[in-house]
Design a binder for this molecule. Structure first.
Ligand code: ZN
Length: 108
């Protein structure tokens, strides 16, 4: 494989790739345009995004972004204050002290 900077895509190449990909594989399109398969797929994907395309939730491109927790954290809820040992309701999973202890400044 030859090394070096990735070639810029000319507007007409882009257009052509968009047309060719409908009837040919990315490998074939790449051969026609003298680009790698990945370059073809990459540029077509970027074009789609630019044109307002959003990958479907099932797409492998978006799956990794859907990992964010939507359900409420089971770690939240009642817990014992680390200082006064009173039960209190946590507002976040990082809460360790009850509101009273925070308010009175016992928490440093
Ligand atoms: Zn407390």
């Amino acid at each position: 494989m030859t090394s070096g900077r990735q070639m810029e895509w000319k507007q007409e190449e882009l257009k052509l790739a968009g047309e060719l990909i409908k009837d040919h594989t990315a490998v074939k399109v790449g051969k026609i345009l003298n680009k790698s398969k990945n370059a073809v797929l990459g540029v077509l994907y970027r074009e789609k995004i630019k044109n307002g395309y959003t990958p479907s939730p099932d797409s492998k491109h978006s799956r990794t972004h859907m990992r964010t927790r939507v359900k409420s954290d089971p770690a939240l809820g009642e817990m014992k204050c680390y200082i006064c040992s009173n039960n209190f309701t946590r507002a976040s999973r990082f809460d360790r002290f009850c509101y009273e202890c925070k308010r009175t400044g016992r928490v440093v």
